[in-house]
Each structure stands twice: as structure tokens, then as C-alpha cells.
Design a protein around this ligand. Structure first.
Ligand SMILES: [Zn+2]
Length: 299
């Protein structure tokens, strides 16, 4: 159904605007539709009632304004209205006209409800993102995560929510959603938090503070000091692994590794080593594969 596809595209546009405007609800959508757009307003309204379900515009009214057909005359230069079946100049009657309007389907405006929002100039810092409660039933908290912290926050992680308007009452929540698009508010990403033990005291529009536990993004990564890595004549990156032997001696063996990200002074090992392997981190240019070394018990 043509009109349903149009409505779905329209809803996407409306949701983007609502997100940008930090709206909690869209109450009306105004469209301008020309008679030559190929869209039947009655069918569009039916399709709209399907497309809006469950969206931020679930209760929105669709206001359709029929746009006039206007033509510009190539003969006399006048701009006049015309009929869909007769695109002739209303002034001189010449048929050599060009269509100025009448074939459009445009989103002219939307009406929305906006909550108290973060001041755009406000500095967002870790542990104190600004947020707005988004819904009254099963309340959610909208926060704007600074870009630098997005990889340290995980969906499902517990958070503590403190609502100032309720005398600093604290609630528990979990991170429900982390948006992929930058909001434009100081390079932040939108994220949603569900309040798991909400009471009726929490109202839409209240602001509060969210305390997030940042997850170590390096957890599970195998990191070694960059100084442990050498490159051989064939371009292979390698490290020397220390295997303890009897009598306080150890054997050095060359292990080719593949490298991942550089994190501070450490480098991530993608393959070639296992957790717990001991590697030579200093003087790597002075040792060789198969060398026996004595392990010092001092540092
Ligand atoms: Zn004319």
C-alpha cells in the first residue's frame, strides 16, 4: 500500500525531529498535499492510524492541508492557479506553463510536547548526565552520554537515579538503549534508562541525576607493554615468551603475534598469546629465540 509506505517514511522523519527537539510526545502532524502528489488524503489518514501505533506520535492528530496547483506561464509570465486536469494559464489561457506547486507531499509542521531539557551550553560530565523523565507509565530517563563514555556504558548495566524534586529519593534502573546517532548536544549520544522500582511520585518532566558505573572497555582484552613487541626481517611482529624450566632457569621462545589497538603504552594482542603468558618487556633486542635465561626473583 503506497500510502502506508509514505506514512512510515513520514513517521521516521517525525521521530527524528522529536528526538532532536527532545520531545516526549507529538500531538499533531501537519501535512501539505497537492492534488497532483498521487496521494489520496483519505487513504493516507487510514495508513497514518496504523503507522503511528506505538510511536512517539501514537496520539497525534494528522492535519492535512490541500495545496493549490499553481502554474507559471511561459507566455505572459503570470503565476496562476490551475485545475488538475487543465494546467493552463489562468490569465492568458496558454498551455505552455510550468508547475510551481501542487505535486507536493510535505511535512509542514509538527506540534510536540517538550520536557525541561538540558541546556545546550551545559557541560556534560561523567556521573552527572542531564536527563529528563520521558514517560509516566514505566518511566524512562533520557540521558545524553558524552561521546568519550559511550564505550564504557553497557545495555543492561544497573544505574542509580536520584530525583531532586522528590527530596533526593533514589531509584534503581538499567540502561535500556544507547542511541547510535550523535544528538548535536555537545557531541552526546542519547541513551534511555528504565526505572525498575519507580513509584507514582515520578512524573514526566522531572529532572534528576543518574550515576553510572563505567565499564572498563579493556576488560577481556589481552594487553602487553608495547616495549615487548619487536618486528623481524619478514615484517612479523613477535614477542619472547618466558617458559620456566627447572633450576630457576627459563627458555625464551619467539611467538608471532597479531596486534590490535594501542591503548596508552599497552598494545592489544589479538592472537599469539594467552592470558598468563610471561613476556620479555625490556631489552628485547638483546635476547634470542631458544635462549636460556635465569629468572631473578627480584623485580
Ligand atoms: Zn499566460
Amino acid at each position: 500500500m503506497h500510502e502506508l509506505a509514505i506514512c512510515q517514511a513520514l513517521m521516521e522523519q517525525v521521530e527524528n525531529i522529536a528526538l532532536e527537539e527532545q520531545a516526549t510526545q507529538v500531538t499533531a502532524i501537519h501535512l501539505g498535499i497537492g492534488p497532483l502528489s498521487g496521494v489520496e488524503p483519505r487513504l493516507l489518514e487510514q495508513a497514518f492510524s496504523i503507522a503511528r501505533a506505538g510511536s512517539i506520535a501514537a496520539d497525534a492528530e494528522l492535519v492535512v492541508k490541500s495545496m493549490p496547483i499553481q502554474v507559471s506561464c511561459k507566455q505572459c509570465g503570470q503565476l496562476t492557479e490551475a485545475l488538475p486536469s487543465r494546467l493552463v494559464c489562468g490569465s492568458c489561457g496558454d498551455w505552455r506553463t510550468s508547475l510551481i506547486s501542487g505535486d507536493e507531499l510535505e511535512l509542514t509542521s509538527i506540534e510536540l510536547v517538550r520536557d525541561i531539557k538540558a541546556d545546550e551550553s551545559e557541560n556534560l560530565s561523567a556521573g552527572s548526565p542531564v536527563f529528563t523523565l520521558v514517560r509516566e507509565e514505566s518511566p524512562e530517563v533520557q540521558i545524553y552520554l558524552p561521546e568519550d563514555f559511550t564505550n564504557q556504558v553497557r545495555i543492561g548495566e544497573p544505574v542509580v537515579i536520584t530525583v531532586g524534586a522528590l527530596g533526593g529519593e533514589t531509584y534503581s534502573g538499567v540502561i535500556k538503549e544507547i542511541g547510535s546517532g550523535i544528538t548535536g548536544i555537545g557531541n552526546t549520544f542519547p541513551a534511555k534508562i528504565s526505572i525498575t522500582d519507580a513509584t507514582n511520585n515520578i512524573k514526566t518532566g522531572m529532572t534528576a541525576q543518574v550515576t553510572l558505573a563505567l565499564v572498563n572497555p579493556n576488560a577481556g582484552r589481552l594487553l602487553i607493554p608495547l616495549s615487548a613487541v619487536s618486528e623481524d626481517g619478514s615484517g612479523n611482529r613477535f614477542v619472547y615468551v618466558i617458559s620456566p624450566e627447572e633450576g630457576g632457569e627459563a627458555l625464551l621462545s619467539k611467538k608471532i603475534v597479531s596486534l590490535g589497538a594501542l591503548i596508552g603504552r599497552d598494545i592489544e594482542i589479538i592472537s599469539g598469546l594467552e592470558t598468563g603468558d610471561k613476556v620479555v618487556t625490556a631489552g628485547v633486542n638483546y635476547v634470542y629465540d631458544g635462549q636460556k635465561v635465569k629468572i631473578s626473583t627480584q623485580n
